[in-house]
Design a protein. Structure first.
Length: 159
């Protein structure tokens, strides 16, 4: 009986995690599709930085004119703020120096997220009509290639 209960709890946890993942993906798609493609900008650029753990989720979506910060742990928090022009210019410069097609192949420098030692993070870049998504990495320890960009994006998070 205990074994069956343990398996049921494990399956329920896995199912809940999958459901949260799907919901977060749908929300981010809706936010970013409204963000980058409905508003044409000279750079045609939008950035999404997402972290997820068992109990929380954070999404920071950036465009030329605004940023949206969504946080879900015990409740839901959504902040929409005006984008700082100087920081947006710096983000644009950094994105243009990256080899965006290589994002999916970057190797994470650590694996703490695989045993709940760190939040699972991903960076998405929408640039000139294309989506480029990094591999997963530990929040706070991105691959060296995107480290400067990730640090700048994380710095924009409201407190």
């Amino acid at each position: 009986m205990k074994r069956q209960m343990h398996v049921t709890v494990k399956n329920n946890t896995r199912r809940r995690t999958t459901q949260i993942w799907y919901i977060c993906t749908i929300i981010s798609f809706i936010l970013l599709s409204n963000f980058s493609f409905s508003q044409s900008s000279p750079s045609d650029l939008a950035i999404e930085y997402r972290t997820i753990t068992r109990g929380s989720y954070q999404l920071l979506a950036l465009s030329e004119s605004r940023m949206v910060f969504t946080q879900k742990s015990r409740g839901k928090t959504i902040d929409t703020l005006k984008m700082d022009n100087q920081k947006w210019e710096r983000i644009t410069e950094l994105v243009q120096t990256l080899r965006l097609k290589e994002l999916p192949y970057l190797v994470a420098p650590s694996e703490k997220r695989k045993h709940d030692g760190a939040a699972h993070a991903k960076l998405k870049v929408y640039f000139r009509g294309q989506l480029y998504e990094s591999t997963g990495f530990d929040d706070g320890n991105p691959p060296e290639t995107i480290k400067e960009l990730v640090e700048l994006v994380v710095e924009l998070k409201p407190d």
